[in-house]
Design a binder for this molecule. Sequence first.
Ligand SMILES: Cc1cc2nc3c(=O)[nH]c(=O)nc-3n(C[C@H](O)[C@H](O)[C@H](O)COP(=O)(O)OP(=O)(O)OC[C@H]3O[C@@H](n4cnc5c(N)ncnc54)[C@H](O)[C@@H]3O)c2cc1C
Ligand SMILES: *[C@@H]1O[C@H](CO)[C@@H](O)[C@H](O)[C@H]1NC(C)=O
Ligand SMILES: *[C@@H]1O[C@H](CO)[C@@H](O)[C@H](O)[C@H]1NC(C)=O
Ligand SMILES: *[C@@H]1O[C@H](CO)[C@@H](O)[C@H](O)[C@H]1NC(C)=O
Ligand SMILES: *[C@@H]1O[C@H](CO)[C@@H](O)[C@H](O)[C@H]1NC(C)=O
Ligand SMILES: *[C@@H]1O[C@H](CO)[C@@H](O)[C@H](O)[C@H]1NC(C)=O
Length: 513
Amino acid sequence: MKTQTIIATVLCLAHSQSVLAATDQLVLEDATVGFKTPKHVAVVGAGSAGSSTAYFLRKYSQERGISLNITVYERDGHIGGRSTTVGVYGDEQNPVELGASIFVEVNHNLVDAAKEFNLSTSGIRELRSKGPVLGVWNGRDFVYIQSAGGSWWDTAKLFWKYGLAPLKTVNLMKATVGKFLKMYEEPYFPWKSLSQVAYDLGLTAATASTGEQFLEQNGIGKLFAQDIVQASTRVNYAQNLPLLHGLEAMVCMATDGAQAIDGGNWQIFSNMLSAAQATVHLNRTVSRLAKLNNNKYSISTKKQGSKTEALDQQIFDEVVLAGPLQYSDIDFDPKPRHLPDSIPYVQLHVTLFTSKHALSPRAFNLSSEKLVPQVVLTTLPPGEHHGSSPEGVGLPGFFSISLLRPSMDTREGRGELEYLYKVFSPAPLNDTFLANILGLAEKATIDKEDISWQYRKVWNSYPYEYPRVTFEELQLDEGLWYTAGIESFISTMETSSLMGKNIARLMVDGWES
Ligand SMILES: Cc1cc2nc3c(=O)[nH]c(=O)nc-3n(C[C@H](O)[C@H](O)[C@H](O)COP(=O)(O)OP(=O)(O)OC[C@H]3O[C@@H](n4cnc5c(N)ncnc54)[C@H](O)[C@@H]3O)c2cc1C
Ligand SMILES: *[C@@H]1O[C@H](CO)[C@@H](O)[C@H](O)[C@H]1NC(C)=O
Ligand SMILES: *[C@@H]1O[C@H](CO)[C@@H](O)[C@H](O)[C@H]1NC(C)=O
Ligand SMILES: *[C@@H]1O[C@H](CO)[C@@H](O)[C@H](O)[C@H]1NC(C)=O
Ligand SMILES: *[C@@H]1O[C@H](CO)[C@@H](O)[C@H](O)[C@H]1NC(C)=O
Ligand SMILES: *[C@@H]1O[C@H](CO)[C@@H](O)[C@H](O)[C@H]1NC(C)=O
């Protein structure tokens, strides 16, 4: 017995010594920290992808007893990236989403995180008991109107007009989402190549075709595609069906359990970073990334907006670039083995404003006693297939107008009940446009009486989702990872989070082998 124990101990020692020799990193340290030098990881970007990377890195490394030190650099002054809010009337107690606003029940990472962090969620609210909730406007007529109390699908009218197309679309969407959800599970998860996993799951059939082709191949009628599916691709991606691929078109139809975090979706990501015990530097831009001879990385950062070069430098074992590289302004030395392609992104104009005026029925070719739908989606009129410029918007001139909620302006003695609106468009909204939709067409200029507050933002919101069958590498070099390639596949908060989780798992697996 005794000899066996001794032999086991010796073997064990020998083994750990060979590990020491092989990696040259496992030095004994302060016993309270653990026996190994922690892995130092830098994450560039505190959006969904970066926060999720940090969160899952902590989780996986804890499970395996690996000690870890995470540093997150974020150029903006806030956590969340394209998930961010602004205060209506400039009041931070009254936030409204400026970027990503909705996730759905099959978005497991976000739904689970909201539960774990006790964040309360709300579904889409119907603000009025009367009048239509949603309409699809083609610049001449409403081609589809849904009244209060009805659900998107649940109307006889829909079937009367479109036959079996709505059912077929739901079935196609469910089958496609079912394949996508396998990306979360073994044996597919974690995937080293997005191109490969998309191919293995049969999803390239959807990404290889335009949305228009994909629907047609699956026997879904043109009218339904144009009126309903395209209204959804336009509000979600500012793109028409002959352009964006079939997978992204299906994502637009997966609307069950649509929800948002009360007070702002960015709170998911802020909680993830806290749970990750990450050191988060806001207002800090990564300006330079150098690979050193020992295969570690040196990161130079500067305060956002400052002219002075490198503020400081730190050394990391591995680095995760968690946002579109083409907008990151990082100098590489040397260039990584693989450098992601620059791809066209949609430039989306988001206009938030408050007004005492309701949307004008006349502007939407309705008789004056009618109410304009709470949410006006758009599609192209018959004969306009790709949409005239700018950016395929076509006759309607905008992608969507949503009445978000009633709003009370309490600034400086005002106490008026107003409406809060959000408009998506490919160009800035001018006074002529605003006056028209608010029924003030005879007015030359819009003043504070008509629009009491407004906020405008131009986003590089998402890529043009052209059909494709290969996707960016997730590993750009040894110890250098990239999340944003997934945006050409599906661009959502959830998919960025999934990519972060996937990369976290690949990194931690790599440390163990
Ligand atoms: C108007 C709009 C509406 C949308 N609607 C939805 C929706 O309803 N539902 C949905 O799921 N998705 C929606 N999206 C898409 C969604 O926002 C994105 O897919 C997702 O948030 C991307 O997350 P990310 O972490 O990959 O990138 P980002 O959120 O862009 O995060 C990248 C971060 O990296 C930082 N960064 C970049 N370079 C550097 C640097 N050099 N140094 C330091 N930091 C740097 C950036 O400041 C940024 O914060 C919408 C997007 C927009 C713009
Ligand atoms: C992480 O590393 C940084 C830089 O080396 C150090 O300043 C910080 O104290 C470390 N944090 C933890 C929790 O070990
Ligand atoms: C980031 O910068 C902005 C603008 O300069 C500033 O208002 C904000 O306080 C800064 N935030 C942090 C956390 O440093
Ligand atoms: C979440 O809320 C529940 C019930 O309100 C509470 O018991 C729990 O401690 C909360 N968890 C966190 C992480 O705040
Ligand atoms: C208004 O709608 C009618 C049909 O409902 C259509 O014939 C007409 O062209 C539309 N008018 C405008 C200005 O688009
Ligand atoms: C205002 O915008 C509309 C489209 O949104 C455009 O057709 C019109 O030419 C613009 N008017 C002016 C004065 O710029």
